[in-house]
Structures are given as structure tokens and as C-alpha cells.
Design a protein around this ligand. Structure first.
Ligand SMILES: [Zn+2]
Length: 290
């Protein structure tokens, strides 16, 4: 199931309670429909749940003016009595939003919810954070964008193939949108996906850091072993003070130990052992200037 489908199912489950909000939802659900229902006389759907939700919503609002019936082809069409509907609600064909129905503080979210029903899309949060509403009319797209901004969402508009796309990026924005429009489960799913992604990134960062450290310490160990070998071959090692000879022997015998561990073995601090090994490197360079 796509993420969009699960968001829609979440939305369908949480029906709005107040009449004013349902009116705003239904109004936007008609206003932002991409299909030409005014001329063709029906709304077309790709799934049963969507058609059932629309049928219930429109019957509830436009019951006296709108006769809805499922079409013959697998119930994918919802027929409307367009003439009667537009006689009662002529502004359904206008490109300015009529706000006279906006009655309570939840009416704007309900309107945005209706627009999402009609023309909304959302990407799978495992892949990217992107939500968009594809609007045919520029004026309507700006009004919708303004409503979303009024509710604290960072909505923007872009033009694509003669359509005006109102979109949101960033997980917090999309979570807020979904919570506001009554898709709480979907919002939680995004939060989970984000937490998982962050955890994975942190683990990767940690692993990279550890790998880099191991590579760094192996390189420095190799440098020390090479110096000791030069000093050995040139007969210098045997002439050095005991503390340097002990450090050299310990390094050769325990190449897998870190400087901390090697130091601890000899009762030295990390910097104590480092200075001794560093001294060996400098002495080796004098034997073998390069
Ligand atoms: Zn309301």
C-alpha cells in the first residue's frame, strides 16, 4: 500500500464532527477537484474507499441539491446533479474562495483537508519529505497557500505543466499538516520514519568515525614498526637507553594494541609511550634520511 493510500484511509476514518467544518471540507473537495465534473456530470475515483467517503460527505452537505449515485463500472464514478448543485451553490465554479462558511477555528483546517482530498499527494517518508496539492487555477493556488501559511505551515508554490503546485517540505511541516487535517496516525508514521533515519545516520557517522580512527592508528603503528626495524638493522637499537628499547619491544610484540593500551602495559600514559615511539622515529630518520 502506498503512503498516500494509508494517509487517505487515516483521513477517511476520522470524519469531522461539526456541520460548519464538514461544509468547508466538502466545498474545497469540490472546488479543487482536477476532473471537469461541471461538464462531465460526475467525479471519477480510483478506489472504493474514496468514492464512499465522497458520497457520504456530499450527501451530508448537498443532500437536497445533489443526487449522488455510484456508476456502473465498479463504482468508480459518482454522478452529480450539476444543474441543481450549481443553482444552489454557484460559487463552486468560481476561483475565489468564499469564506462566509468559515465559522469556527477548525474551518480553515477542514477546508485544507478538503483540498488535500481533491488534489493532494504525499511521498513515502522513507524516501523523501514532500507533500503537494496540484491546483488548476493560479488564484486558487495562492488562496490555498495563504490559508496554509496562516496556520503556520511553510507552504510554497511552484508551476509545473500548466498547474500550480502548493507544496511542503521538511518532516515537521508535513507532520503539522497531517495532524491539523486529522491524519494523526500518518503523522506518527512520519515521526517514526524520521527517528529511524536519524538513528541510522548517527550509527553510520559513528562507524565512519571509528573506521577512520582505526586507519589512523594502524598507519601510526606501521610508522613505528618501520622505524624500529631500521634501528634494529643498523645496530642502533641495541645501543639506546632501556626505556626506548622496552618501548620498541612492546610495540613489536603487541601491534594490535592502541597507544593507550600499550602505555598501560608499561605503566605509562598515552603521551609517555607516544614520546618514546616518536623518539625512535626521529632516530631512525637520522639513520635513513629521506
Ligand atoms: Zn467549523
Amino acid at each position: 500500500m502506498s503512503f498516500l493510500t494509508s494517509v487517505r484511509e487515516d483521513l477517511y476514518k476520522n470524519r469531522l464532527k461539526r456541520g460548519c467544518c464538514r461544509m468547508c471540507e466538502g466545498y474545497a473537495a469540490m472546488l479543487f477537484r482536477p476532473d471537469p465534473w461541471k461538464t462531465q456530470g460526475y467525479l471519477k475515483f480510483s478506489d472504493e474507499l474514496s468514492i464512499a467517503y465522497y458520497r457520504a460527505l456530499l450527501k451530508n452537505i448537498f443532500s437536497e441539491n445533489c443526487e449522488t449515485a455510484a456508476g456502473p463500472k465498479g463504482g468508480s464514478r459518482l454522478f452529480l446533479n450539476v444543474q441543481s448543485l450549481l443553482k444552489q451553490y454557484p460559487f463552486l465554479t468560481e476561483t475565489t474562495v468564499h469564506t462566509e462558511f468559515f465559522n469556527c477555528e477548525n474551518c480553515i483546517p477542514a477546508f485544507i483537508r478538503g483540498a488535500f482530498l481533491a488534489c493532494g499527494k504525499i511521498s513515502d517518508p522513507q524516501k523523501e519529505y514532500h507533500l503537494e496539492l496540484i491546483v488548476k487555477d493560479e488564484q486558487l493556488s495562492w488562496e490555498l497557500c495563504r490559508f496554509m501559511q496562516q496556520r503556520g505551515l511553510d507552504a510554497k508554490i511552484t508551476e509545473r505543466q500548466n498547474r500550480f503546485v502548493v507544496y511542503l517540505k521538511e518532516s515537521e511541516n508535513i507532520e503539522d499538516f497531517l495532524t491539523m487535517t486529522g491524519c494523526v496516525n500518518a503523522a506518527l508514521e512520519i515521526m517514526n520514519a524520521k527517528a529511524l533515519k536519524d538513528l541510522r545516520n548517527n550509527l553510520n557517522r559513528k562507524t565512519n568515525f571509528e573506521t577512520a580512527n582505526i586507519q589512523k592508528s594502524s598507519a601510526s603503528c606501521a610508522k613505528h614498526l618501520e622505524a624500529i626495524s631500521i634501528l634494529e638493522r643498523s645496530g642502533v637499537l641495541q645501543t639506546l637507553p632501556d626505556d626506548l628499547q622496552t618501548a620498541a619491544k612492546a610495540r613489536q610484540e603487541h601491534i594490535d594494541l592502541s597507544l593507550n593500551e600499550l602505555g598501560a602495559l608499561l605503566g605509562l600514559s598515552r603521551s609517555g609511550i607516544f614520546h618514546r615511539l616518536d623518539k625512535l622515529v626521529k632516530l631512525a630518520k637520522q639513520q635513513h634520511p629521506s
